[in-house]
Design a protein around this ligand. Structure first.
Ligand code: SF4
Length: 210
C-alpha cells in the first residue's frame, strides 16, 4: 500500500464535496440515539424517529430511561426492528442515567470503547460513532461504505485492520476523523450508490485498475 494514500483520499474527497460538519445532532445524547437507530435503516427514518422522541420530551437520558416501552416502540417503529431498538435505547439510556454521561465520556478512549461494546446492541461501528461524534475522542469509524471504497483503491481488511490503517496514516485529530467519515458516507451516497464509477475521482489511486 502506498504510504499516505489515505491522506490523499481525504484531500480529494474534501476538494470534491467541501466540509460536511457532521454529526447532524443538537446534543451528544442525540448522537447516541441516532447511532443506535441508524443500524440497518436509512437516515431519513432516524430523523423521523428523533423528531418524535423530541416532541415527546424523550431525547434526554433520564426520561428515555424511564419511557413507556409501548410508546417508545411506536416512536421508533419507522426505523425497523422497533422492539429490539426500543429496548436497546432504554438500555443505553439507563446505563448513562446510572453512571452519568460526563463520567462515561471522560474515560480514556479505549476503555470507553470497551465499555460501550459491552452494552446490548452496540457493535464496533456504533461504539466508534459514539466515541467520535458524542464523546469527541479519536476513534476512526469504519462502515460498509468505507470498506467498499477502500476495496476500490486496493485496500482490504476487516473492521479493526482498516481502522488501524486509518489511525496509523492520519494525524490523531478528532476533527479530521469526523470529517473524513462524513465525506466517505456522502461521497458513497452520491457516487457509489448511483453507479457513477466512471466519474469516480479516486480511480487513479488504484494501482491495479478497477
Ligand atoms: S464510485 Fe465506484 S469506483 Fe468509486 S469508490 Fe464508489 S464504488 Fe468505488
Amino acid at each position: 500500500m502506498k504510504v499516505g494514500i489515505l491522506c490523499r483520499v481525504y484531500d480529494l474527497l474534501l476538494d470534491e464535496l467541501g466540509p460536511q460538519h457532521w454529526w447532524p445532532a443538537d446534543t451528544a445524547f442525540e448522537v447516541v440515539v441516532g447511532a443506535m437507530l441508524t443500524q440497518q435503516t436509512k437516515w431519513t427514518n432516524v430523523e423521523k424517529a428523533i423528531e418524535g422522541l423530541k416532541e415527546n420530551d424523550l431525547l434526554e437520558v433520564d426520561p428515555l430511561s424511564r419511557a413507556d416501552p409501548g410508546l417508545l416502540e411506536e416512536l421508533v417503529r419507522c426505523c425497523g426492528f422497533y422492539r429490539q431498538k426500543a429496548s436497546r435505547l432504554k438500555g443505553i439510556a439507563g446505563f448513562f442515567a446510572e453512571h452519568g454521561m460526563e463520567n462515561v465520556f471522560s474515560m480514556p478512549v479505549d476503555e470507553l470503547r470497551r465499555t460501550l461494546l459491552s452494552l446490548k446492541g452496540v457493535g464496533n461501528e456504533t461504539a466508534d460513532s459514539i466515541v467520535l461524534y458524542a464523546a469527541e475522542k479519536p476513534k476512526f469509524v469504519i462502515d460498509a461504505y468505507t470498506t467498499r471504497m477502500m476495496k476500490c483503491i486496493g485496500i482490504e481488511g476487516d473492521y479493526m485492520q482498516l481502522q488501524g490503517m486509518f489511525e496509523e496514516q492520519l494525524p490523531k485529530d478528532v476533527g479530521i476523523y469526523k470529517e473524513y467519515h462524513a465525506l466517505i458516507v456522502e461521497y458513497s451516497k452520491a457516487y457509489c450508490g448511483r453507479n457513477r464509477c466512471n466519474e469516480c475521482i479516486l480511480k487513479d489511486l488504484n494501482e491495479n485498475g478497477y
